[in-house]
Design a protein. Sequence first.
Length: 207
Amino acid sequence: MNAIDMVPVQGTFFFIPEHEQVVREAKADQAAREKTARQSAYAKSKTKVRSIPEGFDDLDMPLLRDSFAEVFEVSESEVEVPVVGVVGEDCAGEEWSDEGVKWLHALLLERSIELLSMRGNLEEKQDILDWVLKPNFMGYRDQFLSEVKEGIVDGEKAKIVEKRRMRVKLYQNEIPFTFVTCCRVAGLNPDELREQIRARKPQILSS
């Protein structure tokens, strides 16, 4: 699947109660961000993604809910989410809309953060941490390049297409439903959020 190419949804952070100024500033431009949230939501450029404010202190609260709400606020009539069929049923004709795919990316990230905030469920937490802390570099993939050259075929000039295979690096932002892709769809900086979670890994696993 090709890399998603969308504009980032800007995130709002209301989970830091002691930073009231952050809340006031976020509310001041909420309307502008809501408009952006309705548009296609992804960009590779880190400069277009809003940074996480300092003071990301409390993993005992349902984090980022208002940030994700901007993605989820699209009405059901605007988001085509296919119904899960019965096993064996023919689902070949079902397709996800772009809005539905964005919604699912953001839902996956929100649910993962919520599970990290809960007590217990150690096995689930470890799986989520493995997903979050996985390196951005995922390996290599084959890329085929075509080059058209003039040549002689059966004594006549002809265009000859030569194909070359290249091994290129593959990163998380090129793959759907990785931590990085989910963050960017939700308008969050994946590097900053990852480091905040990494720093609290002992706390997460001990609760």
